[in-house]
Design a protein around this ligand. Structure first.
Ligand code: G3H
Ligand code: ZN
Length: 281
């Protein structure tokens, strides 16, 4: 069933689990993610980011995500990841998304607050949840010129109070697109942020978080943990192995079978680590 982000993360933040937001790019990862969640009785978030929408416009991608959510036996949120402005968030809401993230993390604080507030007002009037970021989670790829700034607890408090958002993405040591699990989380900083606000917290760039830290994170007020690279690696590496194993193969439906199973297994592993088993029943 389709649910909002707020419905999922309020419960998760209060409990000993966090809901993963998996970046999806089409049927080949939407279907295995939903299968993984259903098999575990777990809630899950399907997240479309800007590269996904550039590849497959929302007129095509949104109906697939919504059909998967509506047909699922577990709660599923359909979420815009790293929305860049009010129009992109409005577009996702028009397409039926139940949640949007606005990423104004590269802007001066007061501009980030102003736009986030505007988006929160619009989204809430449409029954849609809002996540926004303060501080900035950088990228491991040096060609992506995004700042990396740890979140300041006082700024987080001001940001949440002024904007009325449902969940706040904070920067506490993770970095986007890490291919190994070598991120170092500042749990002391996370605790100070927890002490300064009441809303659920969101961690981006979590493919790089070691398993032990994932299980530690879910016991805090973190309610949503974003995973992109780990699933793309599962799909891509398995796809390469399949093509090497069958150099003459050209039928993509058969070539996709093993990579889809690998995505399902990777999603299941993260759902279990995040304590989600049985939390969507
Ligand atoms: O917004 C999406 C995520 O933060 C994904 O990050 O690709 O490093 O797992 P990741
Ligand atoms: Zn992110």
């Amino acid at each position: 069933m389709l649910v909002t982000l707020k419905e999922l993360v309020d419960r998760a933040a209060a409990g000993d689990y966090a809901v993963p937001a998996f970046n999806v790019y089409g049927y080949e990862d939407i279907a295995p993610v939903i299968r993984a969640a259903e098999e575990l009785g777990a809630p899950v978030i399907l997240a479309a980011n800007i590269p996904a929408i550039k590849h497959m416009p929302l007129d095509y991608l949104a109906p697939q995500m919504l059909a998967a959510a509506q047909g699922a036996s577990v709660p599923v949120c359909v979420h815009l990841d790293h929305g860049k402005d009010l129009p992109s968030c409005m577009e996702a809401i028009r397409h039926g998304f139940s949640s949007v993230m606005y990423d104004g993390s590269q802007l001066p604080l007061k501009d980030n607050i102003r736009t986030t507030e505007e988006i929160a007002e619009y989204a809430h009037a449409h029954g849609v949840s809002v996540e926004a970021e303060i501080g900035s989670v950088g990228y491991s790829d040096p060609s992506i010129a995004m700042k990396h700034i740890l979140s300041d607890p006082e700024e987080v408090e001001l940001f949440v109070r002024k904007t009325g958002i449902d969940a706040v993405a904070v920067s506490v040591g993770t970095v986007h697109r890490m291919e190994t699990q070598g991120a170092s989380i500042d749990f002391g900083l996370l605790q100070r942020i927890e002490d300064s606000v009441r809303v659920p917290l969101v961690i981006h760039g979590s493919s790089g978080v070691p398993d032990a830290d994932l299980t530690r994170l879910v016991k805090t007020r973190v309610g949503k943990i974003n995973i992109g690279t780990a699933l793309r690696m599962a799909f891509g590496h398995t796809m390469r192995a399949e093509m090497e194993r069958n150099p003459q193969a050209f039928d993509r439906v058969s070539l996709f079978q093993e990579p889809m199973k690998a995505v399902e297994a990777a999603a299941k592993q993260k759902l279990i680590l995040m304590g989600c088993r049985g939390k969507g029943l």
